[in-house]
Design a protein around this ligand. Structure first.
Ligand code: SF4
Length: 369
């Protein structure tokens, strides 16, 4: 059956990949429906190499922080957010964020700080500007990858400023790039079910378009493994591809598996995604996103062993060392919260690839032959 499936489904798509032809919506759905997992992986790795990829696998030495977990949006898939009155809620001052960053930098120097937050209605735009400025002044050598496009929309709502003005002001005080969160699944049907309080996807795209126009690079994601169909996954990927065609401003795509613990979906008996689905999403993403320079196997979400396999399914990045990741761990991720550089290097090398430490913009800092 697997052999038949491979002949009937993957071969015509393989011909397009080998000819350098762009895959379309129907191809994407066929790939998602295929049970030939190894065939998908092999095809995605072929596509990666035909488009100029080599044996290098990247990682970054970074620090994850959150300024506030207070959020007004109440996405149903989220285990991270709280209301201001709940005992778990926190909102750190700019000074507290800097203090923690300096403390961590002394333990293990990093080249990137990654910050995402809840959308708190109890702060103002100056809160964000002050934090970026204080971090930049304390650690000018560190790239500040901060905020999702949804948070930029939130700041625009808080301040009454345009996306362009918000981004210009943040960049002036040290913002280097935006994170990729907030994309979820773009289809209206899915958003109504899982994130009815979130801004329309058009806003997410417009923030990214404006950022790219200002020369601020961004990242993009897809949260999969909940109520979405294969068609809605493919639609999501093709919408990202379209914006990348227009601007070229995305640095990398990161598929994010849904983790149900501590969400309303846990009470409905929902389970984690399986390794097969995680690998399939990596492979199909690599095949459809022919204009996306990098694809991350996010080990914090899938675990380092599966991330190693994903390196043979089209991924070329395992993200970073990360300290104190909260979003996936509150939702049930059982992975470590931190990996030492040596562990990442070992995992990449044992997967048969060349480990490269990069900065946020994919400049090579160190290579392990
Ligand atoms: S996913 Fe983000 S916007 Fe949605 S509730 Fe959680 S913190 Fe808020």
């Amino acid at each position: 059956m697997a052999v038949l499936d491979r002949i009937s489904t993957l071969d015509p798509i393989r011909e397009k990949v080998e000819a350098g032809e762009r895959l379309d919506f129907e191809d994407g759905v066929c790939l998602m429906e295929s049970d030939d997992l190894l065939g998908l992986g092999e095809l995605a790795d072929l596509a990666r190499r035909l488009r100029g990829g080599d044996d290098r696998v990247f990682f970054v030495q970074n620090l994850y922080l959150h300024q506030t977990n207070v959020c007004r949006v109440k996405c149903k898939f989220c285990a991270f957010a709280f209301t201001q009155k709940q005992p778990e809620a926190y909102t750190y001052t700019a000074e507290e964020v800097v203090e923690e960053a300096l403390r961590q930098y002394d333990v293990a120097p990093f080249t990137e700080i990654h910050i995402v937050n809840g959308e708190s209605p109890h702060v103002d735009f100056a809160y964000y500007v002050d934090t970026v400025l204080a971090l930049h002044e304390a650690l000018p050598q560190v790239h500040l990858k901060m905020f999702t496009a949804s948070e930029i929309h939130h700041m625009s709502t808080l301040s009454g400023l345009s996306y362009e003005d918000v981004l210009t002001e943040l960049r002036a005080v040290g913002l280097g790039s935006l994170t990729g969160g907030g994309a979820e699944i773009f289809a209206d049907r899915v958003r109504r079910l899982i994130a009815p309080g979130k801004e329309h996807p058009d806003n997410w795209f417009e923030v990214n378009r404006v950022a790219h126009g200002l020369g601020i690079p961004t990242h993009c994601t897809m949260l999969y493994g909940h109520v979405e169909t294969y068609e809605e996954r493919v639609d999501h990927l093709l919408r990202l591809r379209e914006l990348q065609d227009e601007t070229g401003g995305f640095l990398a795509f990161i598929p994010l598996a849904f983790h149900p613990e501590n969400t309303v979906f846990e009470r409905r008996g929902w389970r984690h995604t399986t390794g097969s689905d995680d690998l399939k999403v990596i492979a199909v993403s690599r095949l459809l996103l022919d204009n996306m320079p990098h694809l991350k196997a996010y080990w914090i979400m899938m675990g380092l062993p599966l991330a190693q396999i994903a390196l043979h399914f089209g991924a070329n990045d395992v993200q970073g060392t990360l300290v104190r990741e909260e979003i996936f761990h509150r939702a049930g991720a059982r992975t470590e919260q931190e990996q030492k550089v040596e562990e990442l290097v070992r995992a990449i090398r044992e997967a048969g690839r060349v480990a490269v430490q990069r900065d946020t913009l994919y400049n090579e800092l160190r290579r392990w032959a």
